[in-house]
Write a protein that binds this ligand. Structure first.
Ligand SMILES: Cc1cc2nc3c(=O)[nH]c(=O)nc-3n(C[C@H](O)[C@H](O)[C@H](O)COP(=O)(O)OP(=O)(O)OC[C@H]3O[C@@H](n4cnc5c(N)ncnc54)[C@H](O)[C@@H]3O)c2cc1C
Length: 402
């Protein structure tokens, strides 16, 4: 039976980034993935355009991932506007009067996946085992055995679940998760338009649906429409002409005439939060630990952070000749990542709740929130800091007990 130090289940961006980072310690690593190797090597566009924070950029540069992303796939967010309903009142964020040039960066998800793969493909201590499904994981005091559907088995000192928000490994290890089904879907696509977006990301909370318009290169934007799931079928069935006119109208013709590019993609919205990020010789990272609603664009940023946090702890343990699979280490990872992710998870779900609630009281609170946000500089500073901080020590931590 083949033996590895670490077996990672899931070759998504979180699993690949973690493998990349932890491989620096010389450990022998296997990444197990359901998909075919050619799909990992050349992922297809999935409509997701990922907004990345400054911390993510820093980690991706350290892992040589950023260097693999073609320049023409990267675009910049310089301003962000939040609008409530048809109100002309806007909560604004920008980089004026600050030392930074951008609030964040936009990169297509398929490009991130490909760049993550490119960064690990030549590492001799990483093996990718593709087209295999894990059936069970047996963990004891000595080792873990990962058993596949085809009867094969491999051994590991530590197993990592990076197998998406509906993680099968999480369930295999008996770890429960809170799941919140919003009963809504996110429709995503690219659109070109007549007028420039001026590198501004806009989030418009209309009563039945939200519309995010995120700046890509040239006069092209990523469009994210969240709406009740039964309405999604209707919007998907619109002709391109009807869809173009509908989006332009809902965005108040701010970008002039708009034109769909390619396909519309549909993602049912379910947020998940694992009740523990670790088990015996086991840890969860990426969406398998925390599956966010996309409205605040924290999903992959948090996933990358989880991979970085766990990898740093493991590398430090190895440097100090300590056991990198110990309960103490895994509990520390659990504590650190919960401190960072819990407020963002609850805050995001709270925002979604408030801004999709069409009761009159919610409308009043929403207007108040935007006005307070604009007039109370610490709130804006706090949110801007969340996007632009470069250190792996969120200021949120300073508000929380250890
Ligand atoms: C519409 C939308 C917009 C988004 N926008 C943003 C954004 O702006 N910013 C941001 O930070 N995040 C965003 N996200 C979130 C981001 O896409 C995810 O957080 C990220 O892709 C999760 O990466 P992951 O590696 O954890 O999981 P995944 O990408 O889900 O990868 C999991 C991998 O595990 C494999 N797998 C699953 N089960 C098994 C198994 N049993 N055995 C082996 N392999 C398995 C899968 O095939 C897959 O390759 C968005 C998400 C959506 C839906």
């Amino acid at each position: 039976m083949k033996k590895f130090d670490i077996v990672i289940v899931g070759a998504g961006p979180a699993g690949l980034s973690f493998a990349n980072s932890v491989s620096q310690s010389g450990l022998k690593i296997a990444i197990v993935e359901l998909q075919d190797l050619k799909d990992i090597q050349n992922p297809v566009p999935d409509g997701r355009e990922i907004a990345l924070t400054h911390l993510s950029l820093k980690i991706m540069k350290q892992l040589n991932i950023w260097q693999n992303i073609p320049q023409e796939h990267i675009s910049y967010i310089k301003k962000a506007h939040v609008v409530d309903g048809k109100s002309d009142y806007t909560l604004k964020f920008n980089t004026d009067k600050s030392e930074i040039n951008e609030l964040g960066y936009m990169v297509p998800n398929f490009s991130i996946r490909k760049a993550c793969y490119e960064a690990v493909k030549d590492k001799t201590n990483i093996e990718i085992i593709s087209k295999l499904k894990v059936n069970s994981i047996i963990a004891n005091n000595k080792e873990s055995i990962v058993c596949f559907e085809n009867g094969e088995q491999i051994k590991a000192k530590l197993v990592i679940g990076a197998d998406s928000r509906f993680s099968a490994t999480r369930r295999m290890m008996g770890i429960s998760a809170d799941m919140h089904d919003f009963g809504r879907s996110a429709l995503v696509c690219r659109m070109s338009h007549d007028k420039p977006h001026n590198q501004t990301a806009s989030e418009c909370f209309h009563y039945e649906r939200t519309l995010a318009v995120l700046p890509l290169n040239d006069n092209i934007s990523s469009i994210v429409i969240t709406l009740k799931s039964p309405d999604a079928a209707h919007v998907l069935s619109m002709t391109d002409e009807e869809f173009n006119a509908d989006v332009a109208e809902r965005f108040g013709q701010q970008l002039g005439k708009m034109q769909l590019i390619g396909k519309r993609f549909n993602y049912p919205l379910v947020a998940t939060y694992s009740n523990k990020f670790y088990g015996k010789r086991f840890a969860l990272i990426g969406d398998a630990a925390v599956g966010m609603h996309p409205v605040t664009a924290h999903g992959f940023n948090l996933g990358l952070r989880s991979a970085d946090t766990l990898s740093q702890l493991i590398q430090t343990a190895i440097e100090k000749n300590k056991n990198f699979t110990s309960d103490i280490l895994l509990r520390q990872y659990n504590r650190q990542h919960r401190n960072v992710s819990r407020p963002l998870y609850l805050g995001t779900n709270g925002i979604v709740g408030l801004f999709t609630d069409d009761r009159p009281i919610a409308k009043i609170i929403r207007k108040g929130v935007l006005r307070v946000g604009n007039r109370f500089p610490p709130i804006k500073k706090f949110i801007t800091h969340q996007l632009t901080e470069e250190n792996n020590s969120s200021i949120i931590k300073s508000f929380l007990p250890n």
